[in-house]
Design a protein around this ligand. Sequence first.
Ligand SMILES: [Zn+2]
Length: 160
Amino acid sequence: MGIPSLPERVMLDRFCGKQQQVAATLGPKDAPRLAALLKGSDWSLAVRARGEQPRYAVHKVVGAAEGSLPLECCRCMRVFEWPLQLEFAVVVVQGEEEEARWIEQEDTWRADDAVLPLRERFEDELLLALPELPRCNDAACASHAANWKSSDPAPGSHGE
Ligand SMILES: [Zn+2]
């Protein structure tokens, strides 16, 4: 058996009702929208998802992802490994009415016809987690940015 990939779809009742869980390795072919934003295809993430049903007719998914992704630094334009450590919990809603009821208090995922497109929703979470302006940790890159900022009248008092 090879490396398991995240199921494309799961039956909501069974996944959450029976508290099923999956652990998988997610790579470029599983997450094409994410892959399109990354620099290179040599990456993978360890991902987990577990269904929960805290009470009748309430479906939740908790998930986690760990690894690093190749991003381009917005300061020095170098490609660097951006460490990702993500945990999330969402209420899965079916239909607009249910979505409207939950969306104020919880993060939600939308499912239709009791089928949850797990892989696609998981990819959504990863896209949300990406930094808008990725910055590498390279010392030269950081000090270069500090020099730019030194023309600022207000001296920064925070470290790093
Ligand atoms: Zn940089």
